[in-house]
Design a protein around this ligand. Structure first.
Ligand code: NDP
Ligand code: 8X3
Length: 255
C-alpha cells in the first residue's frame, strides 16, 4: 500500500477502465473524485470504496460534453478537493461502426463531444488548480485507434487521434509548470465499450472478443497506477497496451 492521501480525479468511473482505476487507487489509500452520468452507480461505487478503504470520495454526476455543467461541478471545487494530484481523463465512447458514408451525425457528435471536447472541458477546470499547486499529472486515455485508423473506425479513430495530438501539445504547454502529461492507449479491452458502440447489441459486442483473451479494465488500471506513482522526476509520455493476442487494430490471434 502506498499511503499518500493524494487525490485522483477519474472521469467515467461508473464502468470499465475508470471504475477499475477507482478501485486500485482506493486500495492504495488515495482520495477520489469520481465522475459519470449514472448517479446510482456513482453513489454505490463511492459508498463501497470509501467504506472498504477508509478514504474520502466526492462523487460528481454530470455530462462532460456540456461545458456549463462541467464548470458547475469542477469549476467550483473547494477546500481539500482543490488539490488534485492526478487527473485521469478517461470518459469516452465509440458510437456506431459504419463506413463514413453511412455514419450518423448524432454518433459523430457524441464521440467528438465526449472524447475530445469533454476531455478539454475537464482539463480546462483542473489545469489552473495544478498550475497553482505547481505540480500535477494528467493521464489521457487515448486508444490504439488514435495511432492507426481501421475500417469503420473513422470518427472514433479521429477523435482518439485528436487525443494523441492534444496530449503531446499539453505536455509542451505544461512543461514549465511541473505538470506531467501521459497518454495511455489501450487496445481491445472487454468493458461496456463494445456494448455501447453496438447500441446494446450483446451478440455484436461479444463477437469483438471471440477467440482471444482481451484486456480487462483492471489490466489497464494496474498500468495507470504504475505510471501515476513513479518518482516526481520520471514521466511516461505514451504507452500502447494490447492483449498478447492483438498485434495492431486489424491482426488478432483468434483460436
Ligand atoms: P465503458 O463504456 O465501460 O466506460 C466508459 C465510461 O465513460 C463510463 O463510466 C461512462 O459513464 C463514461 N462516459 C461516457 N460518456 C460520458 C459523458 N458524456 N459524460 C461523462 N461520462 C461519460 O468503456 P471503457 O472503460 O472501455 O472506456 C474508457 C475509455 O477507454 C474511453 O475513453 C475509451 O474510448 C477508451 N478505450 C477503451 C478501449 C476498449 O477496448 N474498451 C480501448 C481503447 C481506449 P456514464 O455512462 O455513467 O456517463
Ligand atoms: C478501443 C479499441 O480497437 O476497438 O479504443 O478501437 S478499438
Amino acid at each position: 500500500m502506498i499511503n499518500t492521501r493524494k487525490t485522483v480525479l477519474i472521469t467515467g468511473a461508473t464502468s470499465g477502465i475508470g471504475r477499475a482505476c477507482a478501485e486500485i487507487f482506493a486500495q492504495n489509500g488515495f482520495d477520489l473524485i469520481l465522475t459519470g452520468r449514472r448517479n446510482d452507480r456513482l453513489k454505490k461505487i463511492a459508498a463501497e470504496l470509501s467504506t472498504a478503504f477508509n478514504i474520502e470520495i466526492l462523487p460528481l454526476c454530470f455530462d462532460v460534453r456540456h461545458w456549463k455543467e462541467t464548470e458547475k461541478y469542477l469549476g467550483t471545487l473547494s477546500g481539500k478537493w482543490k488539490k488534485i494530484d492526478i487527473l485521469i481523463n478517461n470518459a469516452g465512447l465509440a458510437s456506431g461502426f459504419s463506413p463514413i458514408q453511412d455514419g450518423e451525425i448524432d454518433d459523430w457528435n457524441k464521440m467528438i463531444d465526449t472524447n475530445l471536447k469533454g476531455l478539454l472541458h475537464v482539463s480546462k477546470c483542473i489545469i489552473p488548480l495544478m498550475i497553482a499547486g505547481r505540480q500535477g499529472h494528467i493521464i489521457n486515455i487515448g486508444s490504439i485507434a488514435g495511432k492507426e485508423a481501421y475500417q469503420n473506425g473513422n470518427v472514433y479513430c479521429a477523435s482518439k487521434a485528436a487525443v494523441d495530438s492534444l496530449t503531446r501539445s499539453m505536455r509542451i504547454d505544461l512543461l514549465n509548470h511541473n505538470i506531467k502529461v501521459t497518454q495511455i492507449a489501450p487496445g481491445a479491452a472487454e468493458t461496456e465499450f463494445s456494448l455501447i458502440r453496438f447500441k446494446g447489441d450483446k451478440q455484436a459486442a461479444k463477437k469483438v472478443y471471440d477467440g482471444f483473451q482481451p484486456l480487462k479494465g483492471r489490466d489497464i488500471a494496474r498500468i495507470i497506477f504504475f505510471v501515476a506513482t513513479l518518482p516526481p522526476h520520471v514521466n511516461i509520455n505514451d504507452m500502447v497496451i494490447t492483449p498478447t493476442a492483438q498485434a495492431n487494430t486489424v491482426h488478432f490471434n483468434r483460436k
